[in-house]
Design a protein around this ligand. Structure first.
Ligand code: BV8
Ligand code: ZN
Length: 258
């Protein structure tokens, strides 16, 4: 990866130094360097191995609960085995350097939190928060009960102790509404922030991807960090081509000598 120092626009450094409110909006790409596959990367993309409609929808869970629950258990095991990477750490290090930081993520892993970020806005739920598909009661597996698979395997989902319905992952599936409060908070932050850094997302999944449009329309200085083209390069103020684990630490170093 070429050194992006020459590519970092001085406007971005100046804008970050005087920013009152910075938003960082992340997707699966920021967890890629932790070894977690993204949804769309050709080689590792999870979708490449599964048809999305076979897994991340309520209909799929209805049709084959063990296949879907097994896939989430596998992903939970992969997240547990993964470590936050330099991108997660740089975002956590950004927080004390600006008056206000809003970290919004589409990711369902907890790597931002494990890197030290607080108050993370999860738009698509979290792998760690399973609940009853019927009465919506939160579900916590009994200590040591979860059998972590080493690959995508069928696992019968547990049953709710209160109503007997199946337990489901606490994530937002395709066709399901985003959680009201987090999405409202994300829209408000995108609307008022001075700098909006969109990192590791193909910006294809709606309505989350509309946050970048909101920030552009509101006049924020918008930055994209991605090693691949997303088709948004012409829309944002600054498009930085490179892995987040290299680019974000360099932005901090150039801006604050961090
Ligand atoms: C809804 C949780 C309606 C589950 C996920 C317009 C408006 C509204 C809806 C729609 C719309 N158009 C279409 C829709 C429907 C749908 C949708 O967007 N479909 C897509 C496929 C077109 N949206 C929905 O269904 C949403 N709900 O609309 O409800 C409604 C309204 C009222 C009442 C009822 C219903 C719900 C969408 C949420 C789905 N759930 N996740 C789970 O995780 O299993 S989405 C899931 O996929 C992720 O959370 C993530 O958001 C998305 C994948 O996107 P990315 O994170 O961007 O990952 P991707 O692989 O695409 O890209 C990775 C990027 O990283 C790449 O660019 C790559 O180059 C880059 N990268 C790689 N390595 C690095 C890197 N970058 C930096 N550094 C690196 N090292
Ligand atoms: Zn229940």
């Amino acid at each position: 990866m070429s050194d992006i120092r020459s590519e970092i626009d001085p406007r971005l450094i100046a804008a970050l130094r005087r920013a009152a409110h910075v938003v960082v909006f992340t997707g699966a790409g920021v967890s890629a360097e932790s070894g977690l596959p993204t949804f769309r990367d050709r080689q590792t993309g999870l979708w490449a191995r599964f048809n999305p409609s076979d897994l991340a929808t309520p209909e799929a869970f209805e049709r084959d609960p063990s296949l879907v629950w097994g896939w989430y258990e596998w992903r939970r095991a992969a997240v547990l085995a993964a470590q936050p990477n330099a991108a997660h750490r740089a975002i956590a290090a950004l927080a004390p350097r600006v008056p206000q930081l809003t970290l919004i993520t589409q990711n369902v892993d907890d790597l931002h939190e494990r890197a030290g970020s607080r108050d993370v806005v999860h738009l698509h739920g979290e792998l760690s928060s399973s609940r009853c598909a019927g009465c919506r009661r939160p579900y916590q597996p009994a200590e040591g009960s979860a059998n972590r698979p080493t690959g995508p395997a069928r696992i019968e989902p547990p049953r709710c102790a209160a109503c007997g319905d199946r337990i489901r992952p606490g994530v937002v599936w395709f066709g399901e509404r985003l959680p009201e409060q987090p999405f409202r908070r994300a829209r408000e932050a995108a609307h008022v922030c001075d700098v909006f850094i969109c990192c590791g997302t193909s910006s294809r999944v709606q309505p989350a991807a509309s946050l970048t449009d909101l920030a552009i329309a509101a006049g924020a200085l918008t930055v994209q960090v991605d090693p691949n083209p997303t088709g948004r390069e012409e829309d944002v103020s600054v498009a930085l081509r490179g892995p987040a684990g290299a680019v974000l630490p360099q932005i901090l170093a150039l801006t604050w000598g961090a």
